[in-house]
Design a protein around this ligand. Structure first.
Ligand SMILES: Nc1nc2c(ncn2[C@@H]2O[C@H](COP(=O)(O)OP(=O)(O)OP(=O)(O)O)[C@@H](O)[C@H]2O)c(=O)[nH]1
Ligand SMILES: [Zn+2]
Length: 225
């Protein structure tokens, strides 16, 4: 593979499969720029082997021999967002002369809660009102932004506000609304064991916070089916 010229001088080359995965989160290509942090796969493997021993399993039995390696690769994928600067997602913007609301609904969310490292999943609804220049971003970038922040150890509240904050600061959106509706496996499979409970979080910024009419319009669009 030819190294990305953007990596020159960074000391890190986006060469491995996992680096490409991190890059793809951002722009769908291999030209993702420098990878911020490396994943120590061998260290994860050693830790997973220890966990298997600690729970009373035999890590050398046939079915488990390759498990530490598989888990290491899975974690590298699930936490690929740690290795990506989310600002790179919003590099591409367009002048569209559109100053009205843009809303993408039902964006799939998969993340891992930072307390138990168990999955939570659901949907994100993201709306924003462009600034006076009518500067917008590609619709897919909103979903990519969700990916970059979700593929980290997270709490739902922070995931929600990080998406809103970046759209406000990076895109200069006049207003932003982000609503996440998720189910947490740590509440379903263990602990309190309440299957089906949904957690809804929102982050509202700018004009969507100060102007209740605009906010109601956004919520109506989010809730319309
Ligand atoms: N606010 C918030 N809490 C979360 C999220 N994901 C998991 N949690 C909660 O994190 C909390 C951790 O609480 P602790 O008391 O430290 O851990 P625990 O003993 O495993 O808690 P239980 O789940 O109640 O058994 C639990 O109440 C989880 O439900 C999240 O995204 N946001
Ligand atoms: Zn949890």
């Amino acid at each position: 593979m030819t190294p990305d010229p953007a990596d020159a001088g960074s000391g890190v080359t986006a060469a491995s499969e996992l680096d490409l995965l991190a890059a793809r989160l951002v722009d769908g290509s291999i030209n993702g720029g420098p990878v911020e942090k490396a994943v120590d796969l061998e260290r994860i493997e050693r830790a997973v082997r220890e966990i298997l021993i600690a729970v009373g399993e035999d890590p050398d039995r046939d079915g488990l021999v390759k498990t530490p390696e598989r888990v290491a690769r899975a974690y590298a994928e699930l936490f690929a967002g740690l290795r990506v600067d989310p600002r790179r997602v919003l590099r591409t913007t367009f002048e569209a002369d559109h100053e009205e609301m843009v809303l993408v609904r039902d964006i799939e969310v998969f993340s891992l809660c930072e307390h138990h490292l168990l999955p939570f999943r659901g949907v994100a609804h993201i709306g924003y009102i462009p600034n006076e220049d009518g500067r917008i971003t590609g619709l897919s970038k909103l979903a990519r932004l969700v990916e970059v922040y979700a593929r980290r150890p997270q709490v739902q509240e922070r995931l929600t506000s990080q998406i809103a904050d970046l759209l406000e600061s990076q895109l200069g959106a006049r207003g932003v609304i982000v609503v996440l509706d998720c189910e947490h496996m740590c509440m379903e499979m263990r602990g309190i064991r309440k299957a089906g409970a949904r957690t809804v979080t929102s982050a509202v910024r700018g004009i969507l916070r100060s102007d209740s009419k605009t906010r109601t319009e956004a919520l109506t669009l989010i809730n319309s089916r």
